[in-house]
Design a protein around this ligand. Structure first.
Ligand SMILES: Nc1ncnc2c1ncn2[C@@H]1O[C@H](COP(=O)(O)OP(=O)(O)OP(=O)(O)O)[C@@H](O)[C@H]1O
Length: 483
């Protein structure tokens, strides 16, 4: 198998890899590094924890060493924590170069950042929102001569999730030169491939890991069917078992909202578990501190929203627990990818309620693997059930007293105002959108129901007709969608 030197990397970079303990290139590195060194755009799609970061950092450092100037490379990434992690890889691998990097993310001092940008760092690692703010408000730096544009977690940057980067990306893309190398990486690129291909047009090289399953082999994937009301008792039981059975343990628990994240953290602490929260309602300094304490094993449990689901590389994490079943398979893939990284073993446990079974089926279909049921001693869960529910209620009351919801609402409104939107108009628009979605959903269900009925009657089944409701009739097969 080819080593780093055979990929065309200079001896100083090969030595840096050796010092870091990277002995052999991973498949995504083998595939992408030579193409990037040749000057081609690159779209790299490989499983979580497979070394995609070094696949772009190494060739960029090599090119930078041949013709150093600032600003040479711009890396965009969806979360602030990830920006710091990527910067660290640039710093460590690029140490012999005396590399100057600059991290531009929200929640940090803008003036200090503007000053750093004006000093022409070689590499800028940024979240789109804050970089776009600088581009709009400052003329002390420019990115019109960059050689490389990297979009890490590229599909997330392009999709319109709860944080929508589209407008900021447009501003950034208008400021970078057309003649550049564009490198796009993610474990789930294929879903947005068409949009991404529009960005990488310079002899694009597409590398995708060929594997029957989309998650890593060393990952043991389980589900636990639990009634909604006893979910937290199961969670406490799982954590207790982990603590009892393993000396060196570390777990990330993913939740669907900041509020649940905060409540679970308070609740687990009441049970004396070493837990720390990470979500977007926290101040940036608190977020960094929480992550640092978790990384250094001061806390064994990180409870996080999806702000931590992508890219974070914490090798000690042995278990990922999904407190809610992710609504999208893609989110599941990234969340469970926080364990079993770089060839290590890991376990993912997804708590599934009776309402989420269809989500599990969608996940299984996408990852091409069935989750196995996790068996737990129900009697032990029942023993702690009342206590857990009482503690949870106490935590909820405490959080309500701290006006968590109001703070969240104020934060949301502030964000919208910063984006130049009217918060009241936005709320109205959202409500209308939800109405339309609900109408569409009902319509779809009706169509499916009618089709099923037709299929059954065609198959000669003597299906009993639905009992007529007073004043209702069986709907005919619809021919067009709702207005
Ligand atoms: N050639 C290599 N040999 C051994 N370990 C490696 C190699 N390249 C990278 N690693 C290590 O593998 C781990 C995962 O790498 P990285 O964070 O780049 O994964 P990724 O593919 O970007 O994952 P994700 O999709 O979750 O962001 C890191 O700790 C990194 O140091």
């Amino acid at each position: 198998m080819a080593g780093f030197a055979e990929l065309g990397l200079s001896s100083w970079l090969v030595e840096q890899c050796r010092q870091l303990g990277l002995k052999q290139p991973t498949p995504v590195q083998l595939g992408c590094i030579p193409a990037i060194l040749e000057g081609r755009d690159c779209l790299g799609c490989a499983k979580t924890g497979s070394g995609k970061t070094a696949a772009f950092v190494l060739p960029i450092l090599q090119k930078l060493s041949e013709d150093p100037y600032g600003i040479f490379c711009l890396v965009l990434t969806p979360t602030r924590e990830l920006a710091y992690q990527i910067a660290e890889q640039f710093r460590v691998l690029g140490k012999p170069l005396g590399l100057k990097d600059c991290i531009i993310v929200g929640g940090m001092d803008m003036v200090a950042q503007a000053l750093e940008l004006s000093r022409k760092p070689h590499v800028v690692i940024a979240t789109p929102g804050r970089l776009a703010d600088h581009l709009r408000s400052s003329n002390t730096f420019h990115i019109k001569k960059i050689r490389f544009l990297v979009m890490d977690e590229a599909d997330r940057l392009l999709e319109q999730g709860c944080t929508d980067f589209t407008v900021d990306l447009e501003a950034i893309l208008a400021a970078v030169p057309a003649r550049r190398q564009t490198l796009l990486f993610s474990a789930t690129l294929t879903d947005t491939l068409k949009e991404l291909q529009g960005l990488a047009t310079n002899q694009p090289f597409f590398w995708e890991a060929q594997a029957p399953v989309r998650t890593v082999e060393q990952l043991d994937q389980r589900y636990l069917l639990v009634p909604e009301k006893v979910k937290d008792a199961y969670l406490v039981h799982l954590i207790q078992s982990l603590q009892d059975e393993h000396e060196d343990w570390s777990v990330i628990i993913f939740t669907n909202t900041c509020k649940t994240c905060q409540i679970l953290c308070m609740m687990l602490r009441k049970f004396n578990f070493p837990a720390v929260a990470l979500h977007s309602m926290m101040k940036q300094k608190e977020r960094f501190a929480a992550l640092a304490r978790f990384k250094s094993s001061i806390y064994r449990i990180l409870i996080a929203t999806d702000v931590a689901s992508r890219g974070l590389d914490i090798p000690t994490v042995q278990v990922v627990i999904n407190h809610n079943t992710p609504g999208l398979p893609k989110i599941y893939i990234h969340r469970v990818g926080r364990t079993a990284r770089a060839g290590r073993q890991g376990q993912a446990i997804t708590l599934v309620t009776q309402y989420d079974i269809h989500l599990v089926h969608a996940i299984e279909e996408q990852i091409k693997k069935q989750l196995e049921e996790l068996v737990v001693e129900e009697a032990r869960v029942l023993q702690i059930l009342t206590q857990v529910n009482v503690v949870r209620r106490e935590c909820e009351i405490k959080l309500e007293a701290a006006h968590f919801d109001e703070k969240k609402e104020i934060n949301k409104r502030k964000q919208l105002i910063l984006e130049g939107k009217d918060p009241d108009l936005e709320a109205k628009r959202k409500a209308e959108l939800a109405k339309i979605k609900q109408k569409n959903r009902r319509f779809k269900e009706k169509v499916e129901h009618t089709l099923q009925q037709q299929k059954a009657s065609r198959a000669g089944h003597r299906a009993r007709p639905p009992r007529a409701q007073p004043g209702s009739h069986t709907a005919p097969a619809p021919t067009q969608g709702p207005a």
